[in-house]
Design a protein around this ligand. Structure first.
Ligand code: MG
Length: 369
């Protein structure tokens, strides 16, 4: 397959500006400037290089019924390795360097070499395992006094975002998912964290009026979406808010897609009357974000998301890609929660956090500051 490496577009993006940005004209999605920081650039080139063999292996496995899968996967690996080497020689080899740019090119190469969704089997396995624990996680949340539910919902999010649950096998799935999610909950470091606005968030949530409408960007499949974000949606719906859940339009690594999330919400509705009712009466909406990479450029979301975000007064950005590597410095017109578990040392250094520490940033709407 002939590869024209100079022609990487922006295949993974929508065409509308996210309407909750304070200043779209000066919006810069990337948190980390890899153009002026040569050392940071080298660090990220190495991170992408170190993840590549695993991606090649998964890509080949995901189509192991096709005779050419292994050779296409190898060619994909070589093509992306070449791009990274070219960036090492020329910092602007394929456009200004950024984590967002590297992710976009990787995704475009996956598409070109015919790998639509290498993580599909893993995502399905993790979704199934997490779904079995959901009833218990919702019961625990509902049993708490109302003033403790936000902190508990956020702990679930951090635990879910920490751990890719992994699937030991179908029989042990429930047990392994259960054990790993609980272990992740127990392993959360004690507060205060380096970036810790939980008290300010809790104060806002306990002060009337409650939020009317929340837009929530969801990150990974499995425990992250099912045990972190669905219970958060449940909690906000119970408080009377409308909720817009937005996930990637197209697959990117182990991120949950819009289509997968739709099925998860349907399944969750079977055991949770709150999600069931809200899906029925339109207070819970699911919209594709327009995005197809693990980070997000909010100047290029789907028109559908831009329309659904109108009238929102709460924004939740979840996960390292959407809340830290991009958008950490972005300012929004509404109360904003930026939530993630830090899993890369360079990200930790950039935002002043520690590795494997939750980041809980709460930024009140500018009018309320
Ligand atoms: Mg992700």
């Amino acid at each position: 397959m002939e590869l024209v490496t100079s022609q990487f577009s922006h295949p993974a993006a929508g065409s509308a500006v996210f309407p909750l940005l304070v200043d779209p004209a000066s919006y810069e999605p990337s948190t980390i400037d890899l153009l002026s920081d040569a050392q940071g650039r080298e660090t990220w080139l190495r991170i992408f290089e170190s993840h590549l063999p695993g991606l090649v292996r998964l890509a080949a496995q995901s189509q192991d019924q096709l005779p050419d899968a292994a050779s296409r996967a190898a060619a994909l690996g070589e093509a992306f390795a070449r791009v990274l080497r070219e960036y090492r020689r020329d910092p602007c080899a394929h456009g200004p360097p950024s984590v967002l740019r590297f992710c976009t090119i990787r995704q475009e190469l996956l598409d070109r070499f015919g790998f639509d969704d290498p993580y599909r089997p893993i995502k399905e396995c993790e979704n199934t395992a997490a779904m079995r624990i959901l009833p218990q996680v919702l019961r625990e949340l509902d049993a708490l006094p109302p003033d403790q539910r936000l902190a508990a919902a956020l702990s679930n999010i951090f635990a879910g975002n920490l751990f890719d649950m992994g699937c030991a096998g179908t029989i042990a799935m429930y047990e392994s998912g259960q054990v790993e999610f609980r272990a992740a909950q127990r392993r959360l470091p004690p507060r205060p964290w380096s970036v810790d606005d939980l008290d300010a968030a809790a104060t806002r949530f306990s002060t009337p009026p409650p939020h009317r409408k929340a837009v929530i960007f969801v990150d990974n499949a499995g425990g992250d979406a099912v045990l972190g974000m669905l219970p958060l949606a449940h909690y906000l719906l119970e408080r009377g808010a409308e909720v817009v859940l937005t996930a990637n339009s197209r697959p990117a690594l182990n991120d949950v897609t819009h289509e997968e999330l739709r099925r998860l919400v349907e399944q969750a509705g079977e055991i949770d009357p709150v999600l069931q009712r809200a899906s029925g009466d339109g207070r819970l909406q699911l919209v594709p974000s327009g995005n197809g990479i693990p980070l997000i450029d909010l100047s290029r979301v789907s028109r559908e998301l831009a329309a659904s975000a109108q009238g929102a007064d709460l924004l939740v950005l979840e996960g390292m890609g959407r809340a830290l590597e991009t958008n950490f410095h972005a300012r929004f017109t509404v109360d904003t929660l930026k939530l993630a578990m830090v899993k890369e040392q360079h990200v930790a250094d950039t935002i002043g956090a520690r590795l494997y520490e939750p980041v809980c940033r709460f930024e009140p709407a500018p009018a309320a500051r």
